[in-house]
Write a protein of this length. Structure first.
Length: 765
């Protein structure tokens, strides 16, 4: 995939129309275009007398997407060329050319149905129509519409923002054709990067049914226990709920919006449903709405939290008192239960303080409620776990948390509280919900029978593989068997850094894999693939030149070995790869990247230049992409600015990724795609590293002679100009090493390293 790519012949959905150019509609349109579709974005005709263009409302949405850059809805500005605009009055007939029509308008049944009747008159006979809703039943939406319309209608419920929230819930009706569900699910999966969850046509489906219940229970139980806002949020974080905490999430969703959401769900559910008693708007919430405290919106952003700047200009945060509704300074949380690590659930509910009591009240009700929704809302426990992790950013799904707590202990405590366990919990019979049988991952169903874990073709999960023992576990690295003579190298730790120790462990692994002819795929499931060199270690070695030299040479030798290996070496990149982490990837024989990545050579922030081949490889890639004449100037600007990309498309446009490198829209498919790349490479080995010709001098690059920044830039330019000499490529490791030796002796470089370690912010000196 690249900025000018179109969907290949594997997809039967190539043209997508979106009706409704609000935040959600524009976001869905952008993600469909990111996936390669030609998109038509429609809204009502502009009635503003100042607008010369009657399509201005839709055009404004595209303009906002472009203004937000690669971090917004569009993965690259060129993607906008695939989005065409129009208005419902003049352009509805154009829908006849589109394969899939998505309605994203106001949540009012009469307005939606009126639009559907108009669409039914112009749509192509096989075109799919879907609605992005979670508050109106599908059966009600299609009531009175023609049979062929009902056969091609589904609900596709996205979460905001559509580019980054990976969940889509797909709901079919009684008349929906199986082929329609398969087509729309396949496109969402492979081209829009979504995890598709099939749900029954029930109120709120999975995400909002369970998520809104959790929001209500957690808020109301905190009030009953007289917990402070900070205390409740700290406990929810230990449970593995979002880092915002419960009250921070209320602020984010919008306090003024929650009563209508809760009431609409409550009205649709039977009176005996566990949700109904919590559907009321409590006095605390109503009082805040009356005061205009709506959360993270408006000029004051007043909600449960009130962030503002004090007289000194520092950003501070006040917290509301849940009873008086007065703001006060945030206080330190001293509850013993709040000091536990996320995921220590058994220890948490075992705490006797009010934090432990609160955790049990929330977990017992939310997890028990999830078990009651099987099989009515969905039949597969993994659907619930994926929905809550992807739609509400829970660290673990409800059934994963039940396994963490132990089903037997959970049931026993429910019974002690006078609560009858659900039919599902009774069928579990004290067994783990997730297990391994005959080296295959299995899960329990509502009948208490184990079945194979439901995984779509083309998806390979490291989490599932890690249910088995590792091939090897070192202090900084774990090695996993992906099958077909392919090994996965996982860097452990929240933010892996390329220390002496990790470099040694990678070297051992490379030697072992080479001897056994195993392909290597480097992959992490965390938010950071790898940062650069261990800055603490690097800083400590500055005054020991020989040891610093050995550290630099160790990385260069290892990366050269990855590049020249007689086995396939593939980088499977998700999240961030900065500095040395990116240099490692640049020396892999191929990269398979997730669509949303952040990469950059950021070494100038600590006063040095990329020294493990980053300059060398970027010069080569820049020459391949932009031509030899501009390669040096491009690299100079890229490295000097420490530019970090916000998407794989941007990374490819800037030359970090080659045209031969792959991009996976769906994160769940990344590891499988990388494995397939490794298997393909195996058929092409041995690979010859291209010896490039000298590059043209960078005539457009000028460097000031004032200040340390200019000294660093001058050193960088001098280094890059080495590429104008014959056989520059094979000697460039030496040039990088020599340049960093000089820069490391400058006190300003050391000051930058110290500043970054202390504050996390780059020093401009």
């Amino acid at each position: 995939m690249n900025p000018t790519a179109t969907i290949n012949g594997c997809s039967d959905i190539k043209k997508v129309a979106v009706i409704g150019a609000g935040v959600m509609g524009a976001g869905i349109a952008a993600q469909a275009a990111n996936g390669g579709a030609e998109v038509l974005l429609l809204d009502i005709a502009s009635t503003n007398s100042e607008d010369e263009n009657c399509n201005q409302i839709a055009q404004n949405a595209v303009d906002r997407l472009l203004a937000s850059g690669c971090a917004g809805g569009l993965m690259h500005p060129a993607v906008a060329e695939r989005i065409h605009v129009g208005n419902i009055d003049d352009d509805l007939h154009r829908l006849a050319d589109y394969d899939w029509i998505i309605e994203v308008i106001v949540e009012r049944l009469a307005i939606k149905q009126a639009l559907f009747h108009r669409i039914a008159k112009v749509r192509r006979k096989d075109a799919i129509v879907s609605s992005n809703t979670s508050s109106i039943p599908l059966k009600t939406l299609v009531d009175g519409l023609p049979e062929d319309f009902r056969q091609h209608f589904v609900i596709t419920h996205y979460f905001n923002p559509p580019r980054y929230m990976r969940l889509v819930e797909v709901i079919k009706g009684e008349d929906t054709l199986t082929d329609v569900v398969e087509r729309v699910s396949r496109f969402n999966d492979q081209y829009m990067g979504k995890t598709v969850i099939d749900c029954a046509d029930r109120p709120g489906f999975i995400g909002n049914r369970l998520g809104v219940f959790w929001l209500q229970v957690a808020l109301q139980e905190a009030i009953k226990l007289n917990l402070r806002v900070e205390e409740a949020d700290a406990i929810m974080k230990v449970c593995g709920f979002p880092s915002t905490g419960i009250f921070g999430l209320w602020d984010l969703v919008g306090i003024d919006l929650m009563p209508s959401v809760t009431q609409s769900l409550g009205d649709l559910l039977p009176d005996n449903d566990d949700f109904v008693p919590y559907a009321m708007t409590v006095a605390t919430v109503q009082g805040m709405i009356d005061k205009g405290y709506y959360g993270r919106k408006g000029a004051t952003c007043q909600g449960f939290y009130h962030p503002f700047k004090n007289e000194k200009g520092d950003r501070v945060k006040e917290v509301i008192d849940l009873h008086t509704l007065d703001y006060r300074a945030a206080q330190k949380v001293t509850l013993a239960s709040a000091l536990l690590k996320p995921g220590q659930l058994a220890e948490l509910i075992g705490c006797s303080d009010k934090g432990g009591q609160y955790a049990w009240r929330v977990l017992s009700q939310v997890l028990h409620y999830a078990t009651k929704l099987i099989p009515d809302v969905a039949t597969d426990v993994t659907a619930f776990d994926q929905a809550m992790k992807l739609g509400y950013n829970w660290s673990w799904g409800p059934f994963e948390m039940l396994d963490m707590l132990g089903s037997q202990a959970f049931v026993e405590r429910l019974i002690a509280d006078g609560v009858k366990p659900s039919a599902f919990l009774q069928a579990v019979k004290q067994r783990p919900i997730y297990a391994y049988q005959d080296q295959q991952p299995v899960t329990l169903n509502e009948c208490g029978e184990y079945g194979l874990l439901n995984t779509a073709e083309g998806i390979l999960s490291l989490s599932d593989i890690k249910r088995r023992p590792a091939l090897q576990q070192y202090s900084k690295l774990s090695l996993w068997d992906l099958g077909d003579d392919v090994w996965c190298v996982e860097f452990t730790g929240k933010v892996p850094v390329l220390s002496h120790e990790l470099l040694d462990q990678i070297s051992i692994t490379l030697e072992q894999a080479t001897g056994m002819q195993k392909a290597l795929v480097f992959y992490n499931e965390g938010l950071v693939f790898a940062a650069g060199a261990d800055l603490n270690e690097f800083l400590a070695l500055i005054d020991q030149p020989e040891q610093l030299d050995a550290y630099i040479e160790k990385g260069q030798t290892l990366f050269r070995g990855l590049q020249m290996a007689s086995i396939p070496t593939v980088g499977a990149l998700s999240g961030k790869a900065l500095g040395g982490g990116l240099e490692l990837l640049l020396h892999c024989q191929a990269i398979q990247a997730h669509a949303d990545i952040a990469v950059g050579l950021v070494e100038t922030q600590v006063g040095i230049v990329p020294g493990w081949g980053g300059c060398k490889e970027m010069l080569l890639r820049s020459a391949e992409r932009f031509g030899a004449e501009t390669a040096i100037a491009h690299c100079f600007d890229l490295i000097r600015s420490s530019r970090v990309t916000r998407s794989a498309e941007e990374a490819r446009a800037l030359g970090f990724l080659r045209s031969s490198d792959g991009i996976s829209m769906n994160l769940d498919r990344l590891l499988f795609d990388a494995k397939q790349t490794a298997l393909t490479l195996r058929t092409r080995l041995p690979l010859a590293v291209k010896e490039p010709s000298p590059l043209a001098p960078a005539q457009a690059v000028t460097v000031s002679s004032e200040g340390y920044q200019a000294t660093l830039e001058s050193a960088l330019l001098t280094l890059l100009l080495q590429a104008t000499s014959d056989s520059w490529y094979q000697h460039f490791f030496h040039y990088e090493h020599e340049t960093n030796q000089r820069l490391c002796q400058m006190p300003e470089a050391k000051a930058r390293m110290v500043q970054l370690l202390k504050t996390g912010r780059a020093l401009q000196n």
